[in-house]
Design a binder for this molecule. Sequence first.
Ligand code: URA
Length: 434
Amino acid sequence: MDAQDIILKKRDGLELSGEEIDFLVKGIVDGSIPDYQTSAWAMAVFFRGMSEKETNRLALTMAYSGDVIDLSAIKGYKVDKHSSGGVGDKTTLVVVPLAAAAGVPVAKMSGRGLGHTGGTIDKFESIPGFQVERSYRQLVEQVNKFGAAVIAQTGNLVPADKKLYAIRDVTATIDSIPLIAASIMSKKIAAGAQGIVLDVKVGNGAFMKDPGQAAELAQTMMRIGCGAGKRVVAILTDMNQPLGHMVGNALEVREAIDLLGGGGPDDLRQLCTCLTAHMLQMAGVRSGYDQGAELVQELLQSGAGLAKFKQMVAAQGGELDYEPPGYGLPRAVIEAEVPAERSGYVVSIDTERVGRTAMRLGAGREKIGDTIDPAVGVEVIKKRGDLVKAGEVLARIYANDQARLESACQAIRDCYQLDGSPPEEQPLILQTFA
Ligand code: URA
């Protein structure tokens, strides 16, 4: 067997055998297949797609390409959640403590941001002292004691995805349904939870721009998960504007704490409630979705979710003073407002560009290894459907560098499209696959 024949076969639209997929994954991991051949194969998949059988095999072979975490030492039904990537998506910071406060243990492994979408680990690392590198023993101990932990992926979890994702990121082959599905589900399978709630984003800030494609991605991931013996629920959610208002690491932590304290923006509360309610139902803590959603509201009102967040942060070495509005998080030295140049309704926000602008301010990485500035980002004050008067503030920029601030102000102004009539209302939660 050789890589060239496998590339040729895929280029010509033929189905690869299980053995060919195993050969490819092994070669990607051990380096015997060079990056240029992996890139060519990824591009062939991008154009030719993969059958259900091929996609399932790719996901499973990738999942077992490194360590597979055994969470059986943690008591209770373990549920994980995953987002396919969006802008301002800080749901993990809210959902994990809420689920834990309801009695569902969550041992979550998250990733760092790359490109326009943020990464949960970068958000947690903006909390002074917060440790994301934990051993398996520490993870199990913490979850058994407090019910929740969020740590960075361990060194050898799905090494095939680490390599393949980095290659896809620079070869324009990210937005391929079988490759995204195999990438996400291999990590979920290797991370060991019994149940998985998937948040599949769709819109101009997501990898999937089209609802039909997003639905196909959701169903593909469900098939992979169910085939691996997991319970899976997938929710299609709107990403045609940032979630909540804050985009940037410490800013997003701030907004998550606001929400856990009973405040925060409505859209973020709605999505966190939905994701947590599905997790509670899956774990059998509540018999139905509505009962789960009711419990989430109680946990937000009583402060039980915030208390769990504080326990988790302290257990991982994080230090916050929880004094509003800053909570002891890093703050940027410069703040600037972006005013509207004309009056009108906000009819669209270029969400991917908002994410890229935050990244260029220093909130994300343009390439692997770039350092993150935890304090910087964008506060998206006006959202879709809002009526704005000329001169009113659309957004606020938080920066630590004057030159970056100026280009961010211009970019954010350009992200907004205003019009004389309001846009059609669009629900946040579009579809549920269970
Ligand atoms: N998130 C992942 O983990 N992988 C992808 O391919 C896309 C989003």
